[in-house]
Design a protein around this ligand. Structure first.
Ligand code: CTP
Length: 396
């Protein structure tokens, strides 16, 4: 369990039935040593009472802009100045809209607008509210403004409907806060990460790709950014959003990925190749749609550049980390691949079927041997991997 001693958190609650989960979160954080100050909107007080939060946090709870307990009635400024971060959980659709537009007509929204510390929000709402164009716009704006959006999850909802919009569970929010407050082991380091599949055109409407979802690479980029690194993510086609604070460069083909990586690599301290790069491309891709013929159609494939191999071969290149997707003889193939690519760290997927899943199990192979990382959500594994890389950099 993470030690939160010395961490000062402002927990903001807005109107939503998930407010009861925020009470559990407050309990978890206080038990782990955090100093938790709660502020609630009037709607939040319709779901649980300030007395509950006061009892759990051991501190006064703030609900009113004009609270005489705060010097000079400056609660909207004073209450966040000594905080390491603000987490709004649950964050209602209405509150996200206010944040996205800079409204400040109650204590909590004014606190958020006047803050100097990072802001995290854990949305909680009905599936239709979450999917509405207005909420989509507001969430995109918040992300662009540097706000971290945690979740939501999908599942049964209190209203009886089902879908995206459930607030993350207290333990998940706890883990997110732990990551946010974790020591910045990679501050000052520049990481270059590739992620996702590549797509090689056959003609203007067809192509060769693979089943990589990009989830592992995006998790690695997120974990590196959380550890304080400056992160560039060169991504093949995925449906994922760039993690907060990460610079994403979109590419389609392996050659485009190669070009972008080689342009960025001189500035990188570490290169992590997570992408499932197509080893071959169609030699003669057509610039029109191929018509159906009567006989067989032959495609000639020519090799793509080995991006990781090339970066690993640079005289003054970055520290290189490779991923290995093997379907058989995992350990032997992974060991051989590390030797062949001459890289200090290779990450082998222990799970048979990892593409598209949210969890995985990994083995890290380095000069010291093999380290197994147990099955866990990809973001948890990514944080363990980044911690391992930070230790290797420190040892260098
Ligand atoms: N990789 C790369 N460029 C390529 C192929 C792979 O940078 N053209 C990187 C991947 O991002 C991964 C590592 O090399 O980090 C291993 O990828 P993998 O496909 O498992 O290995 P290959 O070298 O292609 O070997 P094989 O497919 O024969 O197992």
């Amino acid at each position: 369990m993470t030690d939160f001693t010395g961490s000062r958190i402002l927990l903001g609650l807005t109107g939503g039935v998930a407010a009861y989960k925020a009470a559990s979160l407050a309990r978890l954080l206080v038990k782990a040593g955090a100093d938790v100050r709660a502020a609630m909107t009037a709607s939040a007080c319709g779901f649980i009472t300030p007395a509950t939060l006061q009892a759990l946090t051991g501190q006064p709870v703030f609900t009113d802009m004009w609270d005489s307990r705060v010097p000079d009635n400056m609660g909207h400024i004073e209450l966040s100045r000594d905080r390491d971060l603000i987490l709004i959980a649950p964050a209602s659709a209405d509150f996200l809209a206010k944040l996205a537009n800079g409204l400040a007509d109650d204590l909590l929204s004014a606190l958020c607008l006047a803050r100097r510390c990072p802001l995290l929000v854990a949305p909680a709402m009905n599936v239709e509210m979450w999917q509405s164009p207005a909420t989509r716009r507001n969430v995109a704006q918040l992300r662009a403004d540097g706000v971290s959006v945690l979740g939501p999850a999908s599942g049964d909802q209190a209203c009886g409907e089902s879908g995206m919009g459930r607030m993350l569970e207290p333990q998940q929010l706890y883990d997110e806060l732990a990551a946010q407050l974790a020591p910045k082991h990679l501050r000052g380091k520049r990481l270059l990460v590739t992620a996702g599949p590549t797509y090689e055109p056959i003609d203007t409407v067809r192509g060769i790709t693979n089943r990589s979802s990009g989830k592992m690479g995006y998790a690695v980029a997120q974990a590196a950014a959380e550890a304080g690194a400056e992160v560039t993510l060169v991504s093949g086609p995925t449906s994922l959003e760039a993690p907060c604070g990460v610079t994403r460069i979109d590419v389609t083909t392996a050659r485009q990925m190669h070009e972008q990586v080689m342009a960025a690599v001189p500035k990188a301290d570490v290169f992590i190749a997570v992408a499932a790069v197509g080893d071959y491309r169609v030699a003669d891709a057509k610039s029109h749609k191929i018509k159906r013929g009567s006989g067989n159609l032959h495609l000639e494939l020519e090799p793509n550049p080995d991006i990781l191999g090339e970066v690993a071969g640079l005289a003054k290149g970055p520290m290189c980390v490779g991923f290995a997707a093997e379907t058989e003889n995992l350990r032997e193939n992974a060991r051989a691949k590390r030797q062949k690519k001459k890289i200090p760290l290779l990450v082998a997927n222990l799970g048979q079927e990892t593409f598209g899943r949210d969890d995985n199990a990994l083995i890290l192979l380095d000069d010291h041997g093999e380290h197994e990382l147990e099955r866990a959500p990809k973001i948890i594994l990514a944080r363990q991997l980044i911690a391992h890389i930070a230790r290797m950099l420190a040892e260098k």
